[in-house]
Design a protein around this ligand. Sequence first.
Ligand code: HEC
Length: 115
Amino acid sequence: MKLYSCCFLIIAYFLLTISCSIAKDLPGKDLFYNSKGKHGSCNHCHVNGNSAGRWDFEIQKIDEEDGKKIPSLKGIGKRKDEEQIIRSIHLMKKMFSFKLTDEQISQLAEYVGTL
Ligand code: HEC
């Protein structure tokens, strides 16, 4: 009986740590790839955190030559503090009509900071 409950505890412990690590890892990343704005997810323009090129505000498309350079987000966590990143994401939300809560924006900022 003792052995049995011991095994149960060990299994429960592993299930708990696995589910905690999933819950901790995913929300920002998931939002990055799956949140829906007017032009798709963040990944549409910041492909895996890299720049997809330039964003042409006139034709509303990614372009090689015209428009505003889409910045790469790689290493942004070292260049900017979290508050600045949050401010940029608020801007993204407004410009590209993302439906994001403040909590989701914090989660995105946390994820983007690890790129
Ligand atoms: C339609 C294209 C597009 C989409 C979609 C988009 N971005 Fe951007 N992003 C840009 C452009 C263009 C800039 C540069 C804006 C500027 O400098 O005014 C930018 C800037 C940023 C910056 C600031 C980078 C820096 O170096 O200061 C962050 C952070 C960012 N985006 C994150 C996101 C996140 C997170 C999402 C998803 C919620 C997202 N972006 C969706 C085009 C896009």
